[in-house]
Design a protein around this ligand. Structure first.
Ligand SMILES: [Zn+2]
Length: 362
């Protein structure tokens, strides 16, 4: 996800923090320190605590995903919660069901464990003291409440939240993937609109309004990716890739590459020196160079060093998802360590278009 940076790695999974999350911390720090004698730290401490619980929740999803062969790209912490980005969609309803359930299961188990711990430590008198505000809430009670709330909130069947995914998995096992997604999206968006209206009329905190917007558009993008998945379900990279690939040399000028781009159907160019691929020159870079009057610059000065590779036998759906998630313009196809082709959204769209025509004809 853009605008986020890695703060560490757990079980080999990069943990990322979205910049808006730091803004939230700053905002809370500022608000609590300017609104009284409390100081900025306790507020920030609570936010960090909540997000530690969110992280455990996301790790639940991630470890279950791995068990089902679904790679985990990263976990990102946003102000509205966490998100574990999977490299692929689960390939069965059972896998999706268990992966979606694992997060709330972690939260509810932790919440229950802390609740039992609370009972052992304080007995039932605690609730009376808390109700009378006689004592400050102990940490263990907060941990219990946070985790139980996380577990229950995420089970609301508002796709693409966990509860919605569980719902889709159940429908998927009965009606197939695409119809199940359609229904889950309708329910998710319906609930999101309802929630948004209720926050507008002041029934809920405006934070929930933000989450409603997130759910609505999240469901929309899941609907699109489900349609893609169906269209390209059986395709391999080799079926779709552009096979006649021109490469460019690092010492060429952008102007020279621009002319090649105009004369061919190729938008992105692998940069090759000797036998080695050293970079990638994308259409966007070429166009930007043109706008900035930098056509005499060398390829080596402007090329991107971030290159992604795949094999001709990789499932196309997996590569499309990778391109979506990382916002990649192009993935190079390697066969026997040589560039055998490249995949851009143009090839994928064409493939999908051809498929559609086939369906229309039959
Ligand atoms: Zn979850």
């Amino acid at each position: 996800m853009r605008w986020s940076f890695t703060i560490g790695t757990i079980f080999g999974i990069p943990i990322r923090l979205h910049v808006t999350f730091l803004l939230l911390l700053a905002w809370i720090g500022f608000n609590t320190s300017s609104s009284g004698n409390q100081g900025g730290l306790p507020g920030i401490f609570h936010v960090v605590l909540v997000f530690f619980c969110v992280l455990l929740h996301e790790l639940g999803h991630s470890l279950m995903a791995r068990r089902y062969g679904v790679g985990v790209e990263s976990i990102t912490l946003l102000p509205i919660g966490g998100m574990a980005a999977m490299k692929t969609l689960p390939d069965s309803a059972r896998a999706e069901f268990l992966i979606a359930l694992a997060g709330p299961a972690v939260s509810l188990s932790l919440g229950t464990a802390f609740l039992v711990g609370t009972y052992h430590q304080y007995g039932t008198d605690l609730w009376n003291s808390l109700a009378k505000s006689a004592i400050a809430t102990p940490l263990i009670v907060e941990m219990s409440i946070i985790n139980l709330a996380l577990g229950i909130f995420n089970l609301v069947p508002a796709f693409p939240m966990d509860g919605g995914r569980i719902l889709r998995a159940v429908l998927w096992s009965r009606q197939g993937f695409e119809p199940a997604t359609q229904i889950a999206v309708k329910i998710g968006q319906g609930l999101a609109v309802g929630l948004f209206l209720m926050t507008l009329f002041g029934y809920f905190n405006s934070w929930l309004g933000l989450i409603a917007i997130f759910i609505y558009f999240g469901a929309e993008s899941e609907k699109r990716s489900a349609a893609w998945r169906t269209a390209i379900a059986d395709a391999l990279v080799a079926d779709v890739m552009q096979t006649r690939v021109q490469t460019v040399h690092p010492d060429e000028t952008i102007d020279e590459v621009f002319h090649r781009m105009m004369e061919s159907t190729q938008d992105h160019f692998p940069v090759v020196a000797g036998d080695e691929t050293v970079g990638l020159l994308t259409r966007r870079t070429i166009v930007t160079a043109m706008q900035d009057h930098q056509m005499d610059r060398r390829v080596s000065q402007l090329m991107s060093l971030e290159i992604h590779y795949c094999s001709p036998l990789d499932p196309l759906a997996q590569i499309v998802q990778l391109m979506d998630q990382r916002n990649l313009p192009c993935v190079l196809v390697l066969h026997d360590d040589k560039i055998a082709g490249l995949i851009t959204s143009r090839q994928v769209w064409r493939y999908r278009w051809d498929k559609q025509q086939e369906v229309n004809r039959s």
